[in-house]
Design a protein. Structure first.
Length: 202
């Protein structure tokens, strides 16, 4: 991993998550990639483990001493016990899953709280490029062409809030970011990344 301070500046969502989760908490990171977030969480005294479908990423995690299991989020989380984790993290992975709604509901079953982070496709630059060019945009937020993108779903902040309302999911905390800055004004228009902390309604 590159210089930790630089890395954290480039990932304000990581910094927010690290400030949120207390030492000793049990965390499941779904779609853990190369384990960057898990490493940072463990440095803070969090008991973390991951789930990842890319075997190369799993090997890198294991080399760093992380507990990461091989699995596909779309295959479900039935083998995990109800409320067996304090937090389940879905960091920029729901837009790549086939059934994001099901993944979030299962995460709420096994976690006391769920942290969801996703790229906001309602950002003004994306809207402008579609309006101006009339084709699927390629931006820093959307660096892929339509034919090689891992993204299966394109959602905005408003879409996600609507999903939570329809499914009676409580939104406990929200945070929005553009680059290294936190966004407070019109997040559906100006934020590149959206972060939600969810829990089941009582």
């Amino acid at each position: 991993m590159k210089n930790l301070d630089v890395f954290m500046e480039d990932r304000p969502d990581f910094r927010f998550i690290l400030d949120l989760i207390v030492p000793g908490a049990r965390v499941l990171d779904l779609g853990s990639g190369n384990g960057e977030l898990l490493i940072l969480l463990e440095k803070r005294g969090v008991k973390g483990q991951g789930l990842e479908k890319n075997e190369e990423c799993i090997y890198k995690c294991i080399e760093q001493g992380l507990i990461v299991h091989h699995g596909d989020l779309d295959d479900g989380l039935k083998h995990h016990l109800t409320k067996s984790f304090d937090y389940v993290i879905l960091n920029q992975i729901i837009q790549e899953t086939q059934y994001p709604g099901g993944a979030i509901k299962e995460s709420l079953r096994i976690g006391k709280k769920v942290i969801v982070v996703f790229p906001n496709f309602g950002h003004w630059k994306i809207r402008w490029k579609i309006l101006l060019n009339g084709k699927t945009p390629v931006t820093r937020l959307l660096p892929y062409r339509w034919y090689d993108t891992p993204n299966l779903h394109y959602l905005s902040v408003i879409d996600f809030l609507e999903f939570c309302k329809i499914n009676h999911i409580k939104v406990e905390i929200t945070a929005y970011f553009s680059g290294r800055r936190r966004i407070f004004f019109k997040p559906n228009l100006f934020s590149c990344i959206a972060l939600f902390v969810l829990k089941e309604e009582e």
